[in-house]
Design a protein around this ligand. Structure first.
Ligand code: PBG
Length: 323
């Protein structure tokens, strides 16, 4: 009979031994960096609730692409911030809208950069909801053609991957069909599959000025107490041909990351959202925790739980720390 090995500290003795037996690793190639691009801006505009993050003018994107390249961060998630809002957000699909121009600028500067776009309308609508509002409710099926047109306009501008985040039922199928019809069979879909109605999106809504003007998003985003429902969301998106599925937010939903990883074999992304980032930044600024170790500990947790891709506002800093 084998004796139980209870001297686990042996493999913790030196840093080199610890590295040898390390089970998961962080790599800048797994990071996706979210960027905000503001229409009509002439200079970088700091985002109060997201220390260290800014709204970028189009003119700054070439330099941003270079900087990411030097750091080894190879993917971005683009959020365009339009200069005006419309009730039905028709301008979100404008081929020369801010997101579309941002995609062109990034691709022109660095064709190898993986450009992912957020496909939603909350930053474009006057009411701040993620779809078309009828009689005080977000109308699911009326929103699908709009999301599809937005996705096609992003693909046309050169996006490699479109990421629908509106949480409308059947949005992946609708977008896939329109992309294929338009000849964009090579454009991938990263589905925000398990996107929870979360308080942790607070700082992002300042960045995008996308706070709902009435009600909240609970009629379309997921309820935080539910885990099995997240598996159904992921299953539905995979059936609709999502290439990658996502869980969002990150740390409060690590169990969901793990369960989706165990159940499905598609690549899995996790989004460490604005509030998660802001909490670490704020505590570090107050001197209450060490920013670098806290941030890296949260990022490795995503990998350990089973995520392949990590969307994080720490992408650039973490890439530099990992050198
Ligand atoms: C929009 C969207 C949201 C985020 C990304 N896309 C949030 C929301 O529902 O308001 C959140 C990202 C973050 O908090 O960092 N549909």
């Amino acid at each position: 009979m084998l004796k139980t090995q209870d001297r686990l500290r042996r493999l913790r003795r030196t840093s080199a031994i610890r590295d040898l037996v390390q089970e998961t690793r962080l790599n800048a190639a797994d990071f996706i960096y979210p960027i905000f691009v503001g229409e009509g801006l002439t200079e970088r505009q700091p985002i109060n609730a997201l220390p260290g993050q800014v709204r970028l003018p189009l003119s700054a994107l070439a330099r941003e692409a270079d900087e990411l390249g030097e750091l080894g961060v190879r993917a971005v998630l683009v959020f365009g911030v339009p200069d005006h809002k419309e009730e039905a957000a028709g301008h979100a699909a404008d081929s020369h809208g801010i997101t579309q121009e941002a995609v062109r600028a990034l691709k022109a500067a660095n064709p190898d950069l993986v450009v992912i776009t957020d496909v939603c309308v909350c930053g474009h609508t006057t009411h701040g909801h993620c779809g078309i509002v009828r009689d005080g409710e977000v109308d699911n099926d009326a929103t699908l053609p709009l999301l599809s047109s937005i996705a096609v306009s992003h693909a046309e501008a050169g996006a490699d991957i479109v990421a629908p985040s509106a949480m409308m039922d059947r949005q992946v199928a609708a977008i896939r069909a329109r992309l294929d019809d338009g000849g964009y069979t090579g454009t991938s879909i990263l589905a925000y599959s398990a996107k929870y109605a979360s308080a942790f999106y607070g700082p992002f809504r300042e960045a995008l000025d996308s706070k709902p003007q009435f009600g909240d998003r609970r009629a379309y985003q997921m309820p935080s107490p539910n885990a099995r429902e997240a598996l159904r969301e992921a299953e539905a998106d995979i059936a609709q041909e999502a290439d990658i599925v996502m869980v969002k937010p990150g740390l409060p939903y690590l169990d969901i990351v793990h369960r989706i990883r165990e159940r499905f074999d598609v690549p899995l992304a996790v989004y460490q959202v604005s509030g998660e980032y802001a909490m670490i930044k704020a505590a570090a600024q107050a001197g209450w925790l060490d920013e670098k170790t806290a941030a890296l500990e949260s990022l490795i947790a995503f990998r350990r739980a089973g995520a392949d891709l990590v969307i994080t506002y720490f992408a650039k800093e973490a890439a530099a720390w990992l050198r």
